[in-house]
Design a protein around this ligand. Structure first.
Ligand code: ATP
Length: 239
């Protein structure tokens, strides 16, 4: 579904990604774990066209997308829930969600039923439903994070990239976010998940990659990574 081969990217003269290869098969959840500064967010940005890759290939459903503009990539069905609270703060929750559906209305993919998907997003995120008329900027940090995720889902995407969806959330909301990721997975959604909570990410994922200094240092089925002594020591709190 999403195939990344020998991807290189960085900022100006500073190279951050030194040739990474990641496969995200249809219907699977793939997680990318790594310490601060390893290049996880840079990987997401390079895939979504926010920065231009300097080498390598990215294919979405067999179509080469490396170097495309972000809006074009979104139209092709790749959704991004970015790190942090990237919502339109002066617009209501509902209008933020409707904007998430916009690229599919102007692209060549099936337009689908936006009203139905809006109801579905509200069902997935009851907190947003309760606050649907509230301005996004007045939501709590955790609620804004959920709104960013719900907006990505509104694209009715082929693949969703989730960058640290649990960042800054209270434990109860972290559980809720992972419950939602599991539910999306059970509905067949394809996802690439970057997470600081590596253990929780490996619990929901099928397969994982470990990124170290811009290179993939380990990969494997989520179950086997969870039991890998080096991964345990570095990312799963020891033992
Ligand atoms: P974290 O878990 O802390 O978010 P990460 O694995 O997502 O880390 P990146 O945000 O991809 O890491 O950063 C990788 C490297 O790229 C870091 O050394 C960072 O300082 C650098 N970097 C990130 N964004 C920029 C930028 N806009 N300009 C220059 N360098 C950047």
């Amino acid at each position: 579904m999403l195939s990344i081969k020998n991807l290189e990217a960085g900022y100006g003269k500073v190279k951050v990604l030194h040739g990474i290869t990641i496969e995200v098969p249809k219907g699977q959840v793939i997680t990318l774990i790594g310490s601060n500064g390893a290049g996880k967010t840079t990987t997401m940005r390079a895939i979504t066209g926010m920065i231009k890759p300097t080498a390598g290939d990215i294919e979405l459903d067999g179509k080469k997308i490396a170097g495309f503009e972000s809006y074009k990539i979104a139209k092709l069905g790749l959704a991004h829930s970015p790190e942090g609270r990237r919502v339109f703060s002066t617009m209501s929750v509902t209008d933020n969600l409707l904007l998430g559906a916009f690229p599919r209305l102007t692209g060549s993919r099936p337009k689908g039923d936006v009203k139905h998907d809006l109801d579905r997003a509200m069902d997935l995120f009851p907190r947003l439903k309760e606050r649907r008329n509230q301005l996004a900027g007045t939501l709590s940090g955790g609620e804004q994070q959920m709104l960013a995720m719900a907006r990505a889902i509104m694209l009715n995407p082929e693949v969703i990239l989730l960058d640290e969806p649990s960042m800054g959330l209270a434990p109860i909301l972290v559980d809720e976010v992972f419950r939602i990721i599991s539910r999306l997975k059970s509905e067949g959604m394809t996802m690439l998940l970057v997470e600081q909570f590596a253990a929780a990410a490996l619990n929901v994922a099928d397969y994982g990659y470990v990124l170290e200094n811009g290179r993939i240092s380990a990969q494997g089925a989520a179950e086997s990574l969870k039991n890998d002594p080096a991964v345990k020591a570095a990312y799963l709190g020891g033992g």
